[in-house]
Design a protein around this ligand. Structure first.
Ligand SMILES: C[S@@+](CC[C@H](N)C(=O)[O-])C[C@H]1O[C@@H](n2cnc3c(N)ncnc32)[C@H](O)[C@@H]1O
Length: 270
C-alpha cells in the first residue's frame, strides 16, 4: 500500500473494502481482544479506522481509542467519520507512545506492509499488555483470490500476478509464529479462519480486485475479465453477488516479561 494514497483512494477504501471485508474482520479482532468498557485501545495501521470504531463500540465513552497510521489520506477519512476518536500519523515500527500506555494494541491487515515486521510486533507488545494481530492468510488457501491470480498469470504473466502476493506475504502460520517469537511475544491464541470478500457483482469485484495488479493493457484486461466469468463462477450466487473466500490469521499475544522497556523518543501517553 502506498503511503501517498490519494484522498479519493482512501474514500474508495472506506466505501468499498471496509463493508466488503475489513468491517467484519474488525468485529472479529475486537472480540478476540477481550475488551470491556473503560479500556484503552491502540489501532495500529488503522487506515480509515474500522478497528478503532469497532473497539469504541465496546470500550464506550469511558474508554480510550487511538488510531495510528502512516497515511494522511486514510487518517483524514478516519477523523471525518469519528471526531471523538484520536487518529495520529505515525509508524508502526516506532510507535510514539510510552511502554504500557494501552491495555490492548490491535493491528489488522497492516503487518504485511511494515518495513520491519519484527520491530513493529515488538512495538505492539511494548505499548500494550495485550496484542491482537490479524492478517490475510495464505493465497493457496484463499480460493477466490487463487482463482483470480491464476487468470491474471495466464493473461498478464507471472510477474504481474505476483503483485498481489504482498497482501498474503505474512499469512503463513509458520512465518507468523516465527515473527512473533523474534519480537518477544508469547502467543495466547492462534486462529486460522476463512472470511469472504462480499460485493454485489462480479464486475464490482473485478473493478476492485484488479487494482493491485496495476495498469493492464486494455486487451489483457478484457481477456482477464472474460476468463474470470468462468474461473470465479463458483463464488457467484444466483443473484450475481460475489463471496470470494480468503484465509485469515488471527493471533492474540503478549510481551514476554522484561521485553517492554525502551521505545522511541517523544512518546505520548495513551
Ligand atoms: C489494508 S490497510 C488496513 C487498514 C485498517 N487496519 C483496516 O483494517 O481497514 C493497511 C494500512 O496500513 C498502513 N501502513 C502501512 N505501513 C505502515 C506503517 N509502517 N505504520 C503505520 N501504518 C502503516 C497503510 O497506510 C494502510 O492504511
Amino acid at each position: 500500500m502506498s503511503y501517498a494514497l490519494s484522498a479519493e483512494a482512501a474514500e474508495f477504501y472506506e466505501s468499498t473494502f471496509v463493508p466488503a471485508l475489513f468491517g467484519s474482520w474488525a468485529r472479529r479482532a475486537v472480540a478476540a481482544a477481550g475488551l470491556t468498557p473503560g479500556r484503552s485501545v491502540l489501532d495500529v495501521a488503522c487506515g480509515t479506522g474500522a478497528v478503532a470504531r469497532a473497539a469504541s463500540a465496546v470500550v464506550g465513552p469511558t474508554g480510550t481509542v487511538v488510531g495510528v497510521d502512516l497515511n494522511p489520506a486514510m487518517l483524514a477519512v478516519a477523523r471525518r467519520l469519528r471526531l471523538d476518536l484520536r487518529f495520529l500519523e505515525g509508524d508502526a515500527c516506532a510507535l510514539p507512545f510510552a511502554a504500557g500506555a494501552f491495555d490492548v494494541a490491535v493491528s489488522q491487515a497492516g503487518l504485511m506492509f511494515f518495513d520491519d515486521q519484527v520491530a513493529a510486533l515488538r512495538e505492539l507488545g511494548r505499548v500494550a499488555g495485550r496484542v491482537v494481530v490479524q492478517v490475510p492468510g495464505r493465497l493457496s488457501e484463499s480460493a477466490g483470490y487463487r482463482a483470480l491470480v491464476e487468470v491474471v498469470a495466464r493473461h498478464a504473466g507471472p510477474a504481474t500476478a505476483d503483485l498481489l502476493s504482498v497482501y498474503f506475504s505474512a499469512g503463513s502460520p509458520a512465518l507468523l509464529s516465527e515473527l512473533l517469537t523474534r519480537a518477544g511475544l508469547l502467543v495466547d491464541s492462534f486462529e486460522t479462519w476463512t472470511s469472504a470478500t462480499r460485493l454485489d457483482s462480479l464486475d464490482t469485484f473485478l473493478a476492485v480486485e484488479l487494482l493491485p495488479f496495476g495498469a493492464l493493457e486494455p486487451d489483457v484486461h478484457d481477456r482477464i475479465v472474460l476468463d474470470c466469468r468462468t474461473a470465479l463462477a463458483p463464488f457467484v450466487s444466483p443473484t450475481g453477488a460475489v463471496a470470494a473466500p480468503i484465509e485469515v490469521q488471527l493471533v492474540t499475544a503478549r510481551a514476554l516479561p522484561g521485553a517492554r522497556a525502551g521505545g522511541p523518543v517523544g512518546m505520548l501517553s495513551g
